[in-house]
Write a protein that binds this ligand. Sequence first.
Ligand code: GAR
Length: 219
Amino acid sequence: MVKMAVLVSGSGSNLQAIIEAVEAGRIDGEIALVVSNRPDAYGLVRAEKHGIATRVVEPGKFSERREFDRELARVLAEAGVELVVLAGFMRVLGSEFLSRFPDRVINIHPALLPAFPGTHGQGDAFDYGVKLAGCTVHFVDEKVDHGPIIIQAAVPVLDHDDRDALAARILRCEHRIFPRALALYCAGRLEIVGRKVRISGIDENALSEQFLISCPEIS
Ligand code: GAR
């Protein structure tokens, strides 16, 4: 059973989806700890409701980013964490932190990477006028929103959407793919080969026939 830490900065709805998947036995892992950089993050309350240990590590208490990263790594190591899950964690982790957890940090991003990296992925995609938006679960490397991709899902953009409606539709999709990616990791089914992530035990013939066109049939 893989010992995970989930890092949050806000609402923690992805954390909630992960907690439910763990409790339902869909992920062969355990959430050892939930950590936030913000004491007011609702994700901490969600964790407490499920009896999960929480910690707050506040960047403002450290003079340098590196010091914050070191303290975070120390807290995770102390809890015996094997996999670090970034679920709406709005801080970039430096190379020293990543070298403590090589290929063991996974992030969710609310856009189809490599398009629309950064902190406003959904809004940037909406403003650009894409017809298919989406979300990406990926391993974290030293560049922001860049590491090898595990799962992506496309979400159609509708004419009556605004930024919030699209973000909410993407978020519902995040709740589906993030636990699935973690389940694959915990089952030992992911292998990183260069920039690619191979998933063992997938029926590729079935997959190759799946696609989504963001346009209804025209009669
Ligand atoms: C999610 O949409 C997640 O993809 C995004 O923050 C939101 C957190 O929601 N993360 C990023 O934008 C990271 N670049 P949640 O707190 O309800 O899970």
